[in-house]
Design a protein around this ligand. Structure first.
Ligand SMILES: [Cu+2]
Length: 72
């Protein structure tokens, strides 16, 4: 099943950060699309719940060097 989630991510400052996060997450099995925004400081991800999870995606963002804020 496909699911979408949006993370609030601090430290996205430019297009290079967007590219870093896009590449890191697109390398994960099950990730369908990634939309990192330096303007909004968000990362929207569409993924297949059979193959990955919000926890795994969150961990990949952290591994890439960015901090994920808890959603309000
Ligand atoms: Cu940057």
């Amino acid at each position: 099943m496909k699911q979408s989630v949006t993370f609030n991510v601090s430290g996205i400052k430019c297009g290079g950060c967007e590219t870093t996060i896009n590449k890191a997450l697109q390398a994960l099995a099950g990730v369908v699309s990634v939309q990192a925004s330096s303007q909004d400081k968000t990362v929207g991800v569409q993924f297949d719940t059979d193959l990955t999870s919000t926890e795994a995606i969150r961990a990949a963002i952290v591994t890439a060097g960015y901090a994920v804020q808890d959603r309000g």
